[in-house]
Ligand binder design. Sequence first.
Ligand code: IMP
Ligand code: MG
Length: 184
Amino acid sequence: MPSTAEVRARTGGHEVRRIIYSEAEIAERVAEMGRDITAAYPDGDLLVLGLLKGSFIFLSDLVRTIQRPIQVDFLVAASYGDAKVSSGTVRLLYDPETRLEGKHILLVEDIIDTGKTMKRLMALLGPRRPRSMAICALLDKQLATDIRPELRFVGFRAPPAFLVGYGLDHAENYRHLPFIADLA
Ligand code: IMP
Ligand code: MG
């Protein structure tokens, strides 16, 4: 675990309440997820779609643990802005150029909060006739809402706090932290 001084050096002095998942814990879990994904797709084309920006670190670690051919592309959806609360509106700012038809699609997300973002994206991409579509999320806050999408691969059941690090941000800050922390 990094010392308080090391954390402060990275955050500009801002305190984090607690480190929830260490760099080593994340690496171990991501490797397991890669093995699960490899086993879950014995055949067919697999297109891994990373939802930017939050998934960028998770995705880059995850794809290197998948031991089968894959394609990687990205989606950019805007939902939160700088607020800590979900607005429920999702806009697609970048649409993947890769064809989805006939392929297994794995949507990779950093964290599922209300699930609205993923639910909306599944509805948007469904008509492109993929062979299958599944969600892989590093973190799941497990909020009980009626619109929750089905999560096929989940890294950790996260506490209901506002988390930062390993790609997760607050107003674009803290994405670079190698661990995941509860923002004080
Ligand atoms: P949902 O649509 O409510 O599931 O919101 C999911 C999106 O909100 C994710 O793509 C995250 O970028 C963002 N988000 C949700 N919870 C957190 C958090 O604790 N820290 C940082 N971003 C979060
Ligand atoms: Mg975000």
